[in-house]
Structures are given as C-alpha cells and as structure tokens.
Design a protein around this ligand. Sequence first.
Ligand SMILES: CC(C)(COP(=O)(O)OP(=O)(O)OC[C@H]1O[C@@H](n2cnc3c(N)ncnc32)[C@H](O)[C@@H]1OP(=O)(O)O)[C@@H](O)C(=O)NCCC(=O)NCCS
Length: 176
Amino acid sequence: MEQKWIDLSDTLIKAGKYYLPRLTSQLLSSRYDAGCAVIREVPKRTGNRIEAYAALWQAYEERLEDWMEIGTVFVSPAIAGNGVCGEIMREIVALAPADKNLFLVTDVMPVMRAAEELRFVPVTLETFTIPIKLVRELLGPDRKIPESICPHCFSGGRRTFGVPKNGERWFFYRPA
Ligand SMILES: CC(C)(COP(=O)(O)OP(=O)(O)OC[C@H]1O[C@@H](n2cnc3c(N)ncnc32)[C@H](O)[C@@H]1OP(=O)(O)O)[C@@H](O)C(=O)NCCC(=O)NCCS
C-alpha cells in the first residue's frame, strides 16, 4: 500500500467527520482504482500526498443498486478555500453512471452549496416523499438519519422545514 493512502486514511479518521468503516487505506484506494473516486495530489520528495478526495459509495443495502452515495468529500487545509470542493464534486458526479440516483449527507456549507449547483435537492418530508425506511436502508443501521428528513422546527403551531444551514445535517438527493 502506498504511503499516500495510509496518510489519507489517518487524516480522514482524525477529521472525525466521516463514516468510519470506509476510512481504511484499502477501501479509499480501491474506490479510486475502480474509477469511483477523484483525488488531487501533490508531488513530495518522499512520494505524493493526497490533498483532496471524494468517492462514490454503494448504498448500505446492496439490493438498492440504483442508488449511490457521494461521500468522504475532503479538501486539505493546504488547498482549502479555492473552490476545490465544488470541482471534485462535479467530477465525481460525472463519474456516476447516468442511471443512478445519487444522494449525500452533509452538515458543511461548501458541500451543500456544491450539491445544489449540481442539481441535488435538499430532502425534507415536505419537498420529497422519500420514505424514512428507504433512507435507513441507504445509510445503514449505524448512521443517524439526518434531521432534515424530519420536520425540525415549529412556528406558530405549524411544522416548518427550513433551508440547509451550516452545522445542520441535511440529506440531498439527485434523481437519475
Ligand atoms: C468542507 C471542505 C470540503 C470545503 O472544501 P473547500 O475546497 O475549501 O471549499 P470551497 O473552497 O468551496 O469553500 C471554502 C469556503 O467554505 C468555508 N468553510 C470551510 N469549511 C467550512 C465549515 N466546516 N463550515 C463552514 N464553512 C466552511 C471556508 O471558510 C471558505 O469560505 P469562503 O469561500 O467565504 O472563503 C473542506 O474544508 C474539508 O474537507 N473540511 C474537513 C472535512 C469536512 O468537513 N468534509 C465534509 C464532510 S461532508
């Protein structure tokens, strides 16, 4: 295993933002070898370093094969703030087969912004009637259902659904 994958795995684990079972160097590199990940890397004297990564992942329930998740979106502090997040998300969407429904879960504004530019819609019980059961099957039992799926505030006695905000976990969906 090349050191760059081991270092990426360490960095992503330390970030504490990602679904842990995906963060082994083997899985991160095998997504790339399978044409299901994009990276940015810089040459170093001791071997390249990966400065950005994003991948397509299967849904938790294998039978949901018409769904794929965009996940593990990472841009290192060394190149952050230059729109790389939007670039790698555009590239990863382009890699996805056209007949797949795509989804992602995030609480970070740059990813939300890029998702909306790529025609993802933020899912609430009001905007899209994706059954919670399906979301559970897509994410698996270890992951929390994003708050956006449930009405998360009350105003004047009525449920309201809000818009994506930094720090709130939202589920985004892009139909095939
Ligand atoms: C979030 C992340 C992917 C953004 O990548 P990026 O290429 O720097 O994104 P952009 O250049 O499009 O946007 C950067 C902007 O977002 C802001 N930003 C970065 N991280 C942020 C965060 N956690 N919350 C809010 N804003 C954030 C920056 O201040 C910058 O603002 P500016 O455009 O006003 O200067 C990258 O910072 C990262 O990997 N962070 C650590 C892990 C993480 O949160 N990953 C996302 C999991 S879904």
